[in-house]
Design a protein around this ligand. Structure first.
Ligand code: CA
Length: 516
């Protein structure tokens, strides 16, 4: 067991009263003289901090606070391994940024390895404070069991993630309207199977496919069930203030029953559990795939195939009404990621550090982290950052931005959806407008931070329960066992394995975190 006891730092002694303002006119200097802070930054995409990233060079010039790389474990892509090495070293840098930082800081922050941020934000970080004041649920979601906040997350912007997609040209060819109900959706999949919409004389169409097999389970929503409470697969959910697990609910049972039938009838890709991440690319470009549930921006891009496949049109359709007449989209972007950065417990200048964190939430810092450098990646047009056409043409926008140090998820920042809309095509924008108009998104579970006792209950019971749930789920869909006949023994087994203990632990964490 790691034990970290780090003396509290006298915050007042280092209080800095340099000019801090961010009115968009380049007065973001935090300190009159240059201040250096050490940083551990680890993400599978970039396993160390790069002082030469153009965004970092600009931030250093703008704020006079400059980061020095002190990342441990850069030779591994695994951020968790790197974090273990860092903690074991006992030398926590001034700033620690990593993917999946949430559980680490919530566990080791109260022991002194990371600084509580609440007072620092209230006193020295006006932009962060304004962000949290406007979003009390986000503040609650970030709060550890001891009532403190220990990290500033990467905060995605935009609401919409995945949608139902269909070959609408195939629907036209088969004389079908866009399906509005689960029955019509099933009929359309059946028509794709039987009607040879790709016109090659073979019964080779794959009606519903998915890059992630979990997107088959997602379809339980069409039968009155749920597959997850958040953007993480198989997650818990909240219903009327109660924590539940979707896979222990009867709507899920009915959904699995329906999907087992669809699978047996060939309406779902027979290889869906094994085909993997290339499924979308392969089945669409081979003119075989009919429908899926996937991301707006990347899926809409496949309409470029109309150059090679005459008439090809793959459009987002509104979620079909389920067996109870409800239309909703279960997936949405989560507003808070478990990735971000924190202040190390040994940091000698936490006030300057929180001001530096705050810079990234100021208008000019937020523009820098989202769009890169003015004149390089973007120009300002009517007060808005607009990517240069040559930058948009040069390849995937997000990859290009990562290369200059923008949009890094191991930093705490607030994404600006305007960065993404500039490279979303007309099909994505049309689909998003459709989902917006229908108001199909539902509330999501933002997670809990356990205390020590709750964590112990969760760790003892949950992993084996989850494994059992997923084993049964796949077996039922593949036709081994009958979910209806097995349901009572399944729920009895979940109970025996400790599901209600896990739910109670989550419930107490949830109430402490969100009801106070
Ligand atoms: Ca065919």
């Amino acid at each position: 067991m790691r034990k970290l006891t780090i003396a509290a730092v006298a915050l007042a002694s280092t209080a800095f009263t340099g000019p801090v303002s961010a009115d968009g006119h380049g007065h973001a200097k935090i300190s009159d003289s240059k201040v250096e802070l050490t940083v551990h930054m680890h993400h599978k995409r970039y396993t160390s901090y790069d002082e030469s990233w153009p965004v970092e060079v600009a931030a250093c010039e703008m704020t006079n606070v400059c980061l020095k790389n002190a990342t441990i474990g850069s030779n591994t892509k695994n951020s968790g391994e790197a974090m273990n090495l860092l903690l074991a070293s006992g030398k926590i840098p001034d700033i620690v940024g990593t993917s999946r930082i949430k559980d680490v800081v919530n566990q080791y922050g109260p022991q002194g390895a990371f600084m509580p941020l609440n007072d620092l934000i209230d006193e020295h970080a006006p932009h962060l404070k304004a962000y949290f004041d406007e979003r009390p649920n986000v503040r609650s979601a970030l709060t550890a069991a001891d009532g403190n906040m220990y990290y500033i997350p990467y905060l995605p912007d935009g609401k919409y993630g995945r949608a139902f997609w269909m070959r609408t040209d195939w629907l036209d060819k088969l004389g079908l309207d866009v399906p509005q109900t689960v029955e019509e959706y099933e009929n359309a999949l059946r028509a794709f199977r039987d009607g040879d919409p790709n016109g090659n004389g073979l019964k080779d169409e794959v009606p519903y496919f998915a890059r992630q097999w979990e997107e088959v389970i997602r379809l339980v929503t069409l039968f009155g069930g749920r597959s997850s409470g958040s953007d993480t697969y198989h997650d818990f959910m909240v219903e009327d203030g109660q924590i539940k697990h979707p896979y222990a609910e009867t709507g899920y049972r009915d959904g699995i029953k329906g999907l087992a039938r669809w699978y047996a009838e060939g309406l779902i890709d027979a290889e869906v559990f094994t085909r993997g991440s290339s499924a979308r690319e392969y089945l669409l470009s081979e003119n075989l795939g009919g429908a899926t549930h996937d991301w707006f921006a990347s899926t809409s891009g496949y309409n470029r195939l109309s150059k090679d496949i005459p008439g090809f049109e793959f459009k987002a359709i509104a979620p079909p009404a389920n067996v109870n007449g409800e239309r909703f989209e279960e997936h949405r972007r989560i507003p808070i990621k478990p990735d971000g950065w924190a202040i190390g417990g040994m940091n000698k200048d936490p006030v300057t550090t929180i001001k530096y964190f705050d810079f990234w939430f100021s208008p000019e810092g937020r523009r820098l982290v989202n769009f890169g450098i003015e004149g390089e990646q973007y120009d300002v047009v009517n007060g808005e950052a607009i990517f240069k056409p040559e930058f948009l043409d040069a390849g995937p926008v997000n990859s290009q931005l990562y290369q200059i140090g923008a949009q890094l998820h191991a930093r705490g920042y607030f994404q600006d959806y305007k960065y993404e809309i500039q490279w979303s095509n007309e099909f994505a924008l049309e689909g998003i407008a459709l989902y917006d108009e229908g108001d199909y998104l539902i509330d999501q579970f933002l997670g809990v931070a356990f205390n020590v006792d709750e964590q112990a209950v969760y760790d003892k019971h949950w992993p084996s329960i989850r494994t059992y749930m997923l084993e049964r789920q796949q077996a039922w869909i593949l036709g081994s066992g009958d979910v209806e006949a097995d349901w009572d023994s399944y729920t009895a087994e979940l109970e025996k394995m400790g599901l209600s203990k896990v739910l109670s632990a989550m419930q107490s964490a949830y109430e402490r975190q969100y009801n106070s």
